[in-house]
Design a protein around this ligand. Structure first.
Ligand SMILES: Nc1ncnc2c1ncn2[C@@H]1O[C@H](COP(=O)(O)OP(=O)(O)OP(=O)(O)O)[C@@H](O)[C@H]1O
Ligand SMILES: [Mg+2]
Length: 318
């Protein structure tokens, strides 16, 4: 086994909000106790509804923000603030919206070379340009696209450019925060295939964030299901898709279209609203929406079990 590229233990992120003259500050529990590791060449997918803490996790892992508690290592090095500078090259991020994340006034070549200018002062202008043109080829564009501007590209092509920029520093870990959600479905699979191909060629570890389980099914090796900031289920892709154990995962999956006909599968409609992370219900946060919930679930919070296919539920599916 290759040593994991990232090992995270009990990552927590809280945000303080409010707190004016008349109001006390309140705490948003955006992320609670997330633990995982990712080996080279492997993909961990993080799934869950809007607001469950996926992008918060992405910001911690990509060294944009510090965790409130917990710790993680990247490439064996503790990701503490004093190590941020040396770890910046090792972990890179691709965002959902390639239009928003590319500087529209810059040529593609400039966009690709920017990380090198900052992190690789040892390279000459000539070497930077060679690497940028090579990268265009690697992400399925053409070297002559080097002189063009972002508006001359389609959404899918722009996301290829964003992936290329993220790879310029030869990272080992790529955080992909809803990388295909803004693209037409017909283009999504092209970009996903590119990502899978790059992963195999370069041995990249992916932290792949998505609310779309049909996408997750295509790319994930392992899956972490989050609810209101907290991982509620963790397992291999096959285990989670074939036998979801948490009622929440089961409901999510039941709403995902599949290609195989499965007469036994009924769509589970979740009742009630997602609670606010300012006001996390006591006990299991999912209990207010759960059809299996009992008094115990409202009184105590189930811990994530300690087994290969982990679940935080008092009454999981077998
Ligand atoms: N800087 C911040 N200050 C206060 N609250 C924040 C901050 N950043 C995120 N939050 C809150 O933390 C929770 C998690 O947000 P996050 O962006 O991680 O969710 P998400 O899973 O990425 O959602 P989406 O699927 O919509 O992208 C949300 O309730 C959000 O409002
Ligand atoms: Mg997000």
């Amino acid at each position: 086994m290759n040593a994991p590229v990232i090992v995270a233990e009990n990552l927590v992120r809280h945000y303080q909000v409010g707190g004016g003259l008349l109001s006390k500050p309140r705490v948003v529990k955006a992320l609670s106790e997330a633990s995982f590791s990712i080996a080279p060449g492997k993909t961990l997918a993080v799934v869950g509804e809007s607001g469950c803490g996926k992008s918060t996790l992405a910001r911690l892992v990509t060294l944009i923000e510090e965790p409130t508690a917990g710790r993680f290592t990247i490439d064996g090095i503790p990701a503490t603030r004093e190590n941020w500078a040396r770890l910046r090259k090792t972990v890179q991020i691709v965002f959902q919206d390639p239009y928003g994340s590319l500087n529209l006034r810059h040529r593609i070549g400039t966009i690709l070379e920017e990380p090198l200018k900052i992190q690789r002062p040892d390279l000459s202008a000539r070497e930077r340009e060679e690497r940028a043109r090579e990268m265009l080829r690697l992400v399925g564009l053409r070297p002559e696209h080097y002189d063009r501007y972002p508006h001359m590209f389609s959404g899918g092509q722009r996301q290829r450019i964003a992936v290329g920029r993220a790879l310029m520093l030869e990272p080992k870990l790529l955080v992909l925060d809803e990388p295909v959600s803004a693209l037409d479905v017909s283009i999504q699979s092209q970009v996903l295939n590119l990502l899978l191909d790059l992963q195999e060629r370069l041995g990249l570890a992916y932290l792949f964030i998505s609310h779309d389980l049909s996408v997750v099914r295509l790319v994930a090796d392992e899956v972490m299901v989050m609810y209101l900031g907290r991982p509620v289920e963790f397992g291999t892709r096959d285990a989670i898709f074939a036998h979801p154990r948490h009622p929440y995962s089961k409901a999510l999956l039941s709403a995902t279209p599949t290609t195989e006909p499965n007469p036994e599968r009924k769509r589970i409609k979740l009742e009630g609203e997602l609670p606010s992370p300012l006001d996390v219900p006591p006990g299991c946060a999912f209990a207010p929406r759960c059809w299996k919930a009992q008094d115990k679930c409202r009184a105590a919070r189930p811990e994530l079990s300690d087994e290969a296919h982990r679940v935080a539920c008092f009454f999981p599916e077998d």
